[in-house]
Design a protein around this ligand. Structure first.
Ligand code: ZN
Length: 399
């Protein structure tokens, strides 16, 4: 993958091969580090000389560092100086936009959220909201990472996000159409900015830092106020023309007569969105979630009924795409008793292909940090895909 239509492109096959090998070295250290160079060579199939060259490059760029030998599990034979990720040099900015609040955060290169800030934004126009987020990011960088070099800013949200043009094409719940988010954020932050849909970004996050089977094939389903999905085979996330893939908001759901903004009734998003549930309960969504988390019977039942409706969509996605794993991002799945089992039960009843819902249908690897992670992973995916590429070479030229 490249950084986008406006970003610098790789020029030749030799450069592409060099980038792919460096990426393999960095991922081997991410997965198994601290790790000896000889082990990296074995894992990646690269020659010892190639591994030495790449670890030197990646160390110079501040992504790897040599560690005292004691940190490596002792092996017989000559001594090896292990290398590990250098999580102290760089920082990645993250911005996620939900319907009612923005999450601004900083992550290290291992995907750990160092700090996150939630900012309500109801009523703010797009331009003002992005400018406000840029100010918050600046404060976080000054307050929490004064000695680190920012690699850039990743932006993620729901709805239809076109990565290549850097545009939020359509986000009906925010009222955004064709908002040039990448250009606006680049202008206000001065950083390299990349944007993507949050479900796709969370697929990258699962593949890099989360569920091991997500690297085989994975479906990510996001059910908040926005409902959308993403799909990857191997490490390739499917975008489709203008990145429109994953729009499951209007899948029909059985036994729902909920009116949808599209003019029909019984669409998935209209049926299971947080706003719908809160309206049914007559309290705000955070209040309802708190009641259910505390075990209040009526609130728990509302969430469990909703979980069965989500299970319908999960069963359909499993049958169409047959992924190794389907990952749910949903606040009730992590917090409310019985929700994940209810989704799996529904899958057991409805799916023709899923033999073991308990194995296949899982909760996100980033509970409580999924929104910050979604933002950061947009940029971290580019970093791990092409560690010798524009993100860092741009910095090393600048410094
Ligand atoms: Zn609809």
């Amino acid at each position: 993958m490249t950084a986008g239509a406006d970003g610098p492109q790789r020029t030749d096959a030799r450069g592409a091969r060099r980038s792919a090998s460096a990426s393999a070295v960095l991922r081997a250290v991410l997965d198994d580090g601290p790790i000896a160079r000889s082990t990296i060579a074995r894992r990646t199939g690269l020659s010892a000389a190639a591994v030495t060259g790449h670890t030197a490059d990646l160390t110079r760029l501040g992504l790897l560092r040599e560690l005292p030998e004691a940190e490596l599990r002792r092996s017989v034979g000559r001594p090896h100086v292990p290398v590990g990720l250098d999580t102290g040099r760089h920082v990645v900015g993250a911005l996620h936009l939900a319907v009612h609040h923005a999450t601004v955060a900083l992550l290290d290169v291992r995907g750990n959220v160092l700090v996150q800030h939630e900012e309500p934004h109801d009523g703010l126009p797009a331009k003002d909201l992005l400018a406000r987020a840029a100010e918050i990011l600046d404060d976080l960088l000054l307050g929490h990472a004064p000695d680190r070099e920012p690699l850039g800013l990743g932006f993620a949200t729901g709805g239809w996000v076109d990565r290549d043009s850097g545009t939020v094409v359509d986000h009906p719940l925010l009222g955004w159409r064709d908002v040039p988010v990448r250009d606006l954020l680049t202008a206000s932050t001065g950083l390299t900015v990349a944007i993507d849909g949050h479900a796709r970004s969370l697929v990258h996050a699962e593949q890099l830092f989360g569920h091991p089977r997500a690297r085989d094939s994975v479906v990510q389903l996001f059910t908040g106020n926005v409902v959308d999905a993403a799909f990857a085979t191997g490490t390739v996330v499917h975008h489709g023309p203008r990145s429109a893939a994953g729009a499951v908001a209007h899948l029909p759901v059985d036994d729902s007569s909920e009116p949808c903004r599209c003019g029909r009734t019984g669409c998935l998003e209209a049926t299971v969105s947080e706003a719908t549930l809160a309206r049914k309960a007559g309290v705000s969504f955070p209040e309802l979630l708190a009641l259910a988390t505390a075990g209040e019977t009526a609130a728990v039942r509302l969430f469990q009924d909703r979980a069965r409706l989500i299970g319908q969509a999960v069963a359909l996605l499993l049958d169409v795409l047959n992924p190794a794993v389907l990952v749910l991002v949903d606040r009730s799945v992590a917090q409310v008793p019985g929700c994940l089992p209810a989704i799996r039960d529904e899958v057991r009843t409805r799916s023709r292909t899923c033999a073991d819902p308990a194995e296949t249908v899982v909760a996100t690897s980033f509970p409580g940090a999924e929104l910050a992670t979604a933002g950061g992973a947009v940029l971290l995916d580019i970093l791990y895909d092409d560690p010798l590429g524009p993100l860092l070479t741009h910095l090393s030229h600048a410094s």
